[in-house]
Design a protein around this ligand. Structure first.
Ligand code: RET
Length: 270
């Protein structure tokens, strides 16, 4: 059971969590429109990244919408606090959403990094195995988050091993992307991808630990805020950053719609 269910919330605490869930869902809807609307200015060899951002946005929008409904149904106002209605709130849904989004986000990285052929297939297989291994072992561990027993720590540790493997393959991918980048500006953007990746992904294990770090009502509110922050960074901001890189690479390769899109941007900005 998620530790959220152990607490009663003030109106402010309850509304902050609900508000952030709703905001996060709205960001995903907006980035869905952005990624579809800008796909045409990206060369066909990179364009799949825009559609994959669309896939991530739809799945995350549904997940956050359902979490908001679930939060709303799990607690009711008793005149002074929001207390449990008997229905349970569950963070387990997040893990189901990651099962889709993590492999897709990593596929986008390979596409924009320009990895092709046998190297693509090898890295892709490593990403999918490491990603799903990480998520599903963590999923088993989180059922024990209130007790914080052997299952919580043991499965959390196994999950972390998968995570380090995944990070290593992501590091190799970005190293290759930088090595083949046509100029310094693109190299710099790939550096940003790495920093964004490292920071936003590493927040998830911290959220996993939260019931053990702070089993308080503040801990519940903080965990759900940092989940949303990580979700927006690792899915939406990341998707936009990859689209920007893909468009610049397209323009450098002479893809006319990308060149025109960049010109329009420069003219408007000056
Ligand atoms: C778990 C369990 C505890 C140990 C580790 C974890 C890592 C989770 C990560 C999740 C990333 C999710 C993303 C979702 C985007 O849609 C499973 C919490 C290391 C890194 C990026």
């Amino acid at each position: 059971m998620s530790f959220e269910n152990e607490f009663a919330f003030t109106a402010t605490q309850f509304e902050i969590v609900l508000g952030v869930f709703t905001l996060t869902a709205a960001v995903f809807a907006a980035v869905l429109v952005y990624s579809l609307a800008t796909a045409g200015s990206i060369a066909p060899r990179y364009r799949l990244t825009s559609y994959l951002t669309g896939v991530v946005m739809v799945s995350a929008f549904i997940e956050l919408g359902l979490l908001a409904l679930r939060w709303n149904g799990a607690f009711a106002w008793n005149g002074s606090l929001y207390e449990s209605t008997g229905e349970l709130f569950s963070n387990g849904f997040r893990y189901m959403n990651w099962s889709i989004d993590v492999p897709v986000l990593l596929t986008q990285l390979l596409i924009v990094a320009g990895i092709t052929g046998a190297a693509f297939r090898k890295r892709w297989a490593a990403f999918v195995i490491a990603g799903l291994g990480m998520i599903w072992t963590g999923y088993i561990g989180q059922f024990d988050e209130i007790e914080g027993g052997a299952a919580f720590w043991g499965w959390g540790a196994v999950s972390t091993v998968f995570y380090f493997w995944l990070l290593y393959v992501a590091y190799l991918t970005l190293r290759d992307a930088k090595a083949s980048a046509p100029n310094e500006a693109i190299k710099k953007l790939f550096n940003y991808v790495w920093i964004l990746f490292l920071v936003s992904w590493t927040i998830y294990p911290l959220a996993y630990l939260m019931p053990q770090i702070s089993a308080t009502v503040e801990g519940v509110v903080a965990r759900n805020l940092i989940y949303s922050f990580a979700d927006i960074a690792s899915k939406a901001v990341y998707g936009i950053l990859l689209a920007v890189i893909a468009q610049k690479l397209s323009a450098l390769r002479g893809y006319q719609p990308a060149i025109e899109a960049e010109e329009a941007f420069v003219e408007e900005a000056s």
